[in-house]
Ligand binder design. Structure first.
Ligand SMILES: Nc1nc2c(ncn2[C@@H]2O[C@H](COP(=O)(O)OP(=O)(O)OP(=O)(O)O)[C@@H](O)[C@H]2O)c(=O)[nH]1
Ligand SMILES: [Mg+2]
Length: 515
């Protein structure tokens, strides 16, 4: 190799597998080599590629470069060796290999040898031991039951407080989707990079530490364009998803009714379709949600045409369901039953409140988006029966694709006599959560619907926390303990009778389409 490189004045390289067979011969230029796509070689969160790279270096660029180390980590090579060449002869040998996590913070080790005979004699045994050690350390850290291990990335122009809130929320979303969060990274950028979202250098750094920590996926808080998603996926052997895909995955897990499942699958397919370029594993990383779970599960081989067909048939099914729903709604209006929709940020306690008020038993969970399928229960107030509707929760920067997906569900809100807006009084971000709800209502053109505001989870608040929210005018309750619930019932009663009187006087209030 030294001889050839010197003669042609170009770097050369070999990729060699564990059996000692040369799989690639690479001829670069004076300054570098380009390692081809190794997608078809073995993969796995804790495994190395089973290939070592040996390259020559000419003249001034001696030794292992940072580029070599990036390749070593990103491609998970068994080892990277650089042969320094001078006057047609090999001078020194530099050998770099990864270290198991926890080795005093070092990710790799570089050794230099003067002669070939000094190199480790049984490299195969050495690398097998190393791989076993990496696997052992990573498995120890892996949380039982988690389907994936991930690094979360937030990039944007905002400051640290904002970024941390976003990352915390993304972590809750990830955990709801059964993903173990290994690291959270904040990268401040003034402008997004159209090709990779963030700078390629920084991105590589993230990927290196991700692979190093044995993660199986990277979750971006920012939505990735199809181009960005593909470019990033091409750089490495990891799944890449964004916040919208994460939320859709949770929706897929939580949807129970036929209508809900259809809506989620449609949204997943519509989101995936433009991201389907290329073949093989790059595609697999973008397809089929996270563990490939839920109604949105789609087999890899399904090509674009079949996805399109599936979309058409789902759209048809959805139309049929919409018709049914509108009939139910008409009947309700005919029966003159006012509907109160319980709305608010996800995890605020909407379902708990519905259960408390109507003595029902709808699903309550300390998870984001536990409720997807709206359920309506009767609430008896002395002489009047009203309906209470539990709804899908809201979230900051609700992805547009999700709003479209739940258009039918959200449209039901239009028929509400009023909203019961539930706030989580214990949330440190209550103001952001109010703002997110207001924004969504504005977009749906529902800001004018009368509202009863409820501060829930009051049982969790100490004196100081109570003071902090003392200016918010709302009924203060604890859906859990029952505190304040009678007052809330009175408010609903008051609202109903007030509006009945108004209606008798024949005053039309916009959107109050009941009694
Ligand atoms: N301490 C306390 N916890 C509550 C209260 N109300 C609800 N929770 C808890 O908050 C969590 C979320 O409650 P849910 O009723 O599922 O919230 P939700 O608004 O329906 O949430 P999504 O359907 O996921 O949007 C659960 O763990 C509840 O037990 C309350 O008044 N006090
Ligand atoms: Mg709920």
């Amino acid at each position: 190799m030294a001889e050839i490189s010197s003669t042609i004045s170009c770097q050369t390289a070999l990729l060699i597998n564990r059996k000692g067979i040369i799989t690639h011969v690479i001829v670069g230029d004076r300054h570098g080599i380009f390692i081809p796509d190794l997608e078809n070689f073995r993969r796995g969160a804790f495994r190395l590629k089973g290939l070592r790279c040996i390259r020559t270096s000419l003249g001034e660029n001696k030794g292992i470069t940072s580029e070599d180390l990036t390749d070593l980590a990103l491609l998970r090579l068994d080892a990277m060796m650089v042969i320094e060449v001078k006057d047609h002869l090999p001078r020194r040998f530099h050998l770099a290999h990864l270290l198991p996590p926890g080795s005093h913070g070092e990710k790799w080790q570089i050794e230099t040898f003067r002669q070939v005979v000094d190199l480790p004699p049984r490299f195969d045994i050495f690398i097998r031991d190393l791989e076993q050690e990496i696997e052992r350390v990573c498995h120890l850290k892996a949380l039982k039951g988690a389907e994936e291990r991930a690094i979360l990335v937030h990039a944007g122009p905002h400051g640290e407080t904002y970024a941390n809130r976003c990352l915390d929320e993304l972590q809750r979303l990830a955990e709801t989707a059964n993903i173990q969060v290994v690291d959270k990274i904040y990268q401040r950028v003034a402008k997004f990079n159209p090709a990779h979202l963030i700078g390629k250098g920084k991105l590589k750094q993230i990927l290196v530490s991700g692979l190093y920590l044995g993660v199986s996926m990277i979750v971006f808080d920012q939505n990735l364009s199809p181009r960005q998603a593909n470019n990033i996926a091409k750089l490495m052997d990891l799944k890449v998803i964004d916040r919208t895909q994460l939320i859709l995955d949770i929706f897929a897990r939580h949807a129970k009714t036929r209508g809900g499942k259809i809506q989620v699958e449609l949204a997943q397919l519509r989101y995936t379709l433009p991201r389907l370029v290329g073949k093989g594993t790059a595609m697999s990383r973008l397809m089929g949600g996270i563990g490939g779970k839920g109604p949105g599960e789609t087999k890899l081989e399904v090509d674009r045409r079949r996805i399109k067909q599936r979309i058409t048939s789902l759209e048809k099914a959805l139309k049929g369901l919409e018709k049914q729903r509108s009939q139910i709604r008409k009947k309700r209006t005919r029966d003159r039953m006012p509907v109160f929709s319980i709305i608010g940020y996800t995890n605020a306690g909407k379902s708990t409140l519905l259960n408390r008020l109507t003595k029902s038993n709808v699903l309550v969970r300390d998870e984001l988006f536990a409720t997807l399928d709206p359920s309506t229960k009767a609430l008896y107030l002395d002489d009047q029966k009203v309906l209470l509707s539990d709804t899908v929760g809201f979230i900051t920067n609700m992805p547009p694709d999700i709003k479209t997906a739940f258009k039918a569900t959200l449209e039901e809100l239009e028929d509400s006599a009023a909203f019961i807006h539930v706030l989580d009084a214990s949330s440190p971000f209550i103001r952001e959560e109010i703002a997110a709800t207001e924004e969504i209502l504005r977009e749906l053109d529902l800001s004018e619907v009368p509202r009863i505001t409820v501060l829930n989870k009051m049982d969790l608040l100490d004196e100081r926390a109570r003071k902090r929210i003392s200016k918010i005018s709302a009924v203060r309750v604890s859906a859990k303990s029952g505190q304040g619930i009678d007052e809330l019932r009175d408010r609903i009663k008051e609202f109903v009778s007030l509006n009945r009187d108004l209606d008798r006087a024949d005053i039309k209030i916009p959107r109050l389409n009941f009694a």
